[in-house]
Design a binder for this molecule. Structure first.
Ligand SMILES: [Zn+2]
Length: 239
């Protein structure tokens, strides 16, 4: 792993700088030294990343994942030192809690890149909205991706409509409104429901007042829906 050795050498240079004092400055300089690993530095304000560029960055990472050409960005000690000073994620991903859909891996991103919210069925409620608003408004994250996936168990359970124990029913109640929209569509009923659920959540977020509607109006935020394919590993935008 030639690359890793290179990083270690660069890291030790950073450590020398740090030892000389001025930790934050040293960290900023060190980030410059690992150019190809860098996604954002402390100098890059979140506003410096446009919604479209943020989406492109995710899709490029997914392409690398699918083609088994991952670069594992932002996962070294330099990145740790950098993000310890503060976080500047470039995307919010509202994805399913399903163990097969981890955003950093399937988008080939690293630490401090994605503000993750994972909940079964990638649904939204006031608590989820609070997290999203914090990231969009306070951190200035320009992109929200609602990420559904093939074979989602939560959507499947809602589709089956059988009684469920405990608090699981609250998940299904949130998904139910999407089922009506998918009903009668040609094709696979579960996949149609997964897509309808993503689209519904995208609409819910787009109409969420006052923070998200305002950011959308100002062009500082984009909200897209996507579907992850368990077989191919590919993410495609659907809304
Ligand atoms: Zn799921």
């Amino acid at each position: 792993m030639m690359d890793n050795r290179k990083h270690l050498r660069r890291l030790s240079r950073r450590e020398m700088l740090a030892a000389a004092g001025g930790g934050a400055l040293a960290a900023a300089l060190a980030v410059k030294l690992v150019g190809h690993q860098r996604v954002a530095t402390n100098e890059d304000s979140p506003a410096g990343t446009s919604p479209d560029l943020a989406l492109q960055k995710l899709m490029d990472g997914n392409k690398r994942f699918v083609e088994e050409k991952r670069t594992y960005p932002d996962q070294n000690r330099v990145r740790l030192a950098e993000v310890a000073q503060g976080q500047h994620p470039f995307a919010i991903v509202l994805g399913c809690a399903d163990s097969r859909v981890p955003a950093e891996i399937l988008f080939d991103q690293g630490i401090g890149d994605i503000f993750d919210i994972r909940v079964a069925g990638n649904i939204t409620d006031d608590v989820v909205l609070g997290s999203i608003e914090y990231a969009a408004e306070h951190l200035g994250v320009p992109l929200i991706v609602v990420l559904g996936h093939e074979g989602c168990g939560a959507v499947k359970a809602a589709l089956e409509g059988k009684p469920v124990p405990g608090h699981i029913g609250s998940l299904l109640a949130a998904i139910n409104p999407a089922l009506a929209k998918a009903k009668g569509q040609a094709g696979d009923p579960l996949d149609n429901a997964v897509k309808a659920n993503v689209k519904l959540v995208v609409e819910q977020l787009k109409s969420s007042q006052p923070i998200l509607t305002e950011l959308l109006k100002e062009g500082r935020l984009k909200i897209v829906g996507a579907r992850y394919d368990l077989d191919s590993g590919k993410v495609e935008t659907i809304a």
